[in-house]
Design a protein around this ligand. Structure first.
Ligand code: ADP
Ligand code: MG
Length: 731
């Protein structure tokens, strides 16, 4: 047996095999019974609340009416009873600060009485408002000039739920997080604001085209989540994975993903066991998980829920990421959600499927079968095309993170250029409309859009352009540039805002031309004009190709290659004005968000720099020196036996090892200097971020090059870090 910790771990994993998997002790309950059991759902609300209170609450949830605070005590009490019956001892306000993670602080229901006993209480006040200490959360300077206090406010649009753990349960109240001045300190508040903005503008346009019954439009969202599973005993031997979420070192394995034998392959038994327990947990929380499959890379997987109203879908994705990690632990796995855990191996993304639905249940991006539906569809499509073209920079910023910089533009994920793929048929229709040679109106048809009835648009998945960052897939758009570890809040918020603005523009144009009565003439005119101006953002070719980069430049599209480049655009005058006009962010809020994003980029890369330095100096370098020593000893020993033996090649090997060690040392020193200088730029905002991009990242790449070269030279028994082969294939 080897004394190398890596190898011991591998032997253990091989031995325990499926024993590591916990077998269920009882048969799981049938899914219809199980689904949503831990949710204070509509059904539970109806059953447990007095009728008028139930109706008042539903008016807030379903129709967006303002919450009546007088119902809070009754609702809180019903929630508490329901939770306590299920073993809850605590409640928590659950929120999404700008860290990108979720936050919670638990309070028990316990209240002491004067007789030295206790009663369990939960008041309306406690339901509606919490006061966590806000001073430790990022605010981008907002809090500094005010009080450090922030408060959490109940978001009734997402139902409360129970988090079960083996020793009890906690009642979780989804909340928004603001400062005392009402400024948003979280990712939910602006998302709620953007949904309201979109709702109003979409309803406005629908009214203009004669849909008088629609009261409300909601954005819908479905998130496809990719992740890796790595055995925990190997994970704990990779300090870089533990502290940065990705491997900073690791030579390419002999077998990579080239054979493409993992994608949609048979799911291995251990991973499947994990998924089944995971899904059970998610279903109990009312998260409608639909699909599971292997992804492109070894040990990479994907899951996707059925789509939901956006705030619910966003919260559910945050919860899904948490529960992925928690269930992975129980199965001796670590769940990696970083965008690029392994160099040279497929990274992880999160496709954000986005559409809009009215309160009659109609998907506004469904082309439909009647001329009216076609018209509606073309109008919304036109507005979206305009929105993406005008606000490419904002969409790009919404997916800009240090982790995602490894993916976007790296020929496995969409490039950093934002363009739209609409499919051949639709592209044909758009081109015909713009060029004015579309077929004339059908005789007797009320609408002259050029095309009276759109052809049936294919909805199958086979001919979709997988390289496009923003693709129309039959009845929704799929934003594919989102990072796997990201909250979908910002990408959703940006989509909602820019589309709201564009819907306004289209409605203004129609009104300005008196199109409300005689819309038959005016609407196609507006559609044609807008499309001809913004058609340049449509692209159906290979987004990974060098020709596209060139062509996009000629078309005048942005190519914001990395996070600092994208962030340069975030708080531009146009964007500040846009967010202000639609009530998403005040100017101060926009600027503070930009600051938080910048700081986060710097912090992440600085942490990688420190982790790389430490691993390089205290783990990799010593192993290489030991090997060098052994080689030298061995050569000397051989020569002692006989000077006749040719040790020339061995000396050459020693020289190569020594030279690589020298390069590693130099690269580590250079990295240390870059990191120190970067840190010294604290307060320089984007300039600091640019320094990290231009100086620190390349210095890390140089360190890695030498370290990875040494991995290919040094005795495997001496190599201290689990290799890519072990991380990706041993499970
Ligand atoms: P694929 O991308 O594999 O073709 P689907 O078409 O089934 O898969 O959808 C992928 C995701 O898109 C799922 O989460 C699904 O619920 C979601 N989705 C489908 N329709 C809509 C819609 N109208 N709005 C938002 N998301 C949607
Ligand atoms: Mg998809």
């Amino acid at each position: 047996m080897s004394t190398n910790a890596r190898k011991t771990a591998v032997q253990t994993i091989a031995r325990h095999g499926l024993d590591a998997v916990q077998r269920p002790t009882e048969r799981p309950r049938p899914l219809p019974e199980l689904f949503s059991t831990n949710v204070f759902s509509d059904a539970v609300q109806r059953q447990r609340l007095p009728r008028p209170i139930y109706e008042s609450l539903r008016a807030t949830i379903d129709a967006g009416k303002e919450l009546d605070p007088s119902i809070a005590d009754t609702v809180a009490n019903a929630m508490k009873d329901w939770a306590i019956e299920r073993g809850a001892t605590h409640f928590t306000h659950w929120f999404q600060p700008m860290t990108g993670l979720t936050a919670e602080k638990h309070d028990s229901f316990l209240h002491p009485t004067s007789e030295g006993r206790i009663v369990l209480e939960f008041s309306g006040k406690e339901l509606i408002k919490g006061e966590p200490d806000a001073s430790s959360f990022p605010s981008g300077g907002i809090r500094a000039t005010f009080e450090a206090r922030g408060y959490t406010a109940w978001d009734p649009t997402v139902p409360a739920f129970l988090r079960e753990t083996p020793r009890g349960s906690t009642l979780v109240i989804p909340t928004a997080f603001c400062s005392w001045t009402g400024e948003a300190l979280d990712k939910k508040t602006p998302l709620l604001r953007s949904l309201e903005a979109l709702d109003r503008r979409a309803v406005r346009l629908l009214r203009l085209i004669g849909e008088k019954d629609v009261e409300r439009v909601m954005a819908t969202c479905g998130t496809e989540q990719e992740y890796f599973l790595v055995d925990r005993s190997l994970y704990f031997q990779r300090p870089d994975l533990m502290s940065c979420g990705r491997t900073l070192f690791g030579a390419r394995p002999a077998k990579g993903q080239e054979q493409e034998d993992h994608y949609f392959g048979v799911i291995n038994q251990r991973a499947l066991n994990f998924m089944q327990e995971l899904e059970m947990e998610l279903w109990k929380l009312g998260i409608p998980i639909k699909t599971r499959h292997n992804e492109v890379a070894p040990s990479q997987y994907e899951l996707a829920p059925h789509f939901e109203q956006t705030t619910v879908a966003t919260d559910h994705n945050m919860l899904t990421m948490e529960i992925l990690r928690a269930v992975a632990e129980r199965h001796d796995f670590a769940c990696l959600q970083h965008e690029k855990p392994f160099a040279g191996i497929n990274g992880s993304g999160k496709h954000l499927n986005w559409s809009m639905a009215d309160d009659q249940g109609n998907n506004l991006l469904d082309p439909g079968t009647t001329p009216h539906d076609n018209l509606k569809f073309m109008l919304f499509l036109t507005a979206i095309i305009r929105a993406v073209d005008l606000h490419q920079d904002l969409l790009r910023v919404s997916v800009a993170t240090a982790g995602n910089d490894h993916r976007l533009g790296a020929n496995e994920a969409p490039p950093a250029i934002m363009s739209i793929y609409v499919g051949e048929e639709l592209q044909g229709i758009i081109d015909a409309l713009v060029e004015g040679n579309a077929p004339a109106a059908r005789p007797g048809g009320g609408m002259k859009l050029g095309v009276t009835t759109l052809p049936e648009l294919p909805r199958d998945t086979t001919d979709r352009n997988r390289t496009s960052p923003f693709a129309f897939t039959g009845n929704k758009f799929e934003f594919r540039a989102v990072g796997s570890s990201q909250s979908v809040s910002y990408p959703n918020l940006v989509l909602n805002t820019i589309v709201a603005e564009s819907l306004d523009f289209v409605a203004d144009e129609i009104e300005r031309r008196g199109g409300t009565g005689e819309r038959a003439e005016v609407i196609p005119q507006v559609v044609r004009e807008v499309l001809s101006k913004h058609r340049r953002v449509l692209f159906s070719g290979d987004n990974y190709s060098a020709e596209w980069t060139q062509e996009a430049e000629e078309r005048g599209l942005h190519n914001l290659r990395d996070t600092p480049a994208a962030l340069r655009h975030f708080a531009s005058d146009t964007n500040v004005a846009l967010f202000e006009k639609y009530g998403i962010f005040s100017e101060r809020e926009t600027r503070s968000r930009g600051q938080v994003l910048t700081e986060k980029y710097v912090q992440l890369i600085h942490a990688e720099c420190l982790s790389g330095l430490q691993l390089g100096r205290t783990t990799i370098l010593p192993a290489a020196l030991t090997y060098q020593h052994r080689l030298a000893d061995s050569i000397a020993a051989v020569q002692r036996v006989s000077a006749q033996i040719d040790v020339g090649p061995q000396v050459e090997l020693l020289q190569r090892v020594a030279a690589e060690i020298g390069r590693l040392e130099q690269a580590l020193d250079a990295l240390a200097r870059a990191g120190e200088k970067g840190e010294g730029l604290h307060g320089a905002g984007l300039e600091q971020a640019e320094f990290y991009r231009d100086e620190v990242v390349p210095a890390m790449v140089a360190v890695r090059a030498s370290a990875d070269a040494l991995e290919g030279l040094v005795d495997d028994d001496l190599w201290p870090l689990p290799t890519y082969r072990e991380l990706l294939w041993v499970n």
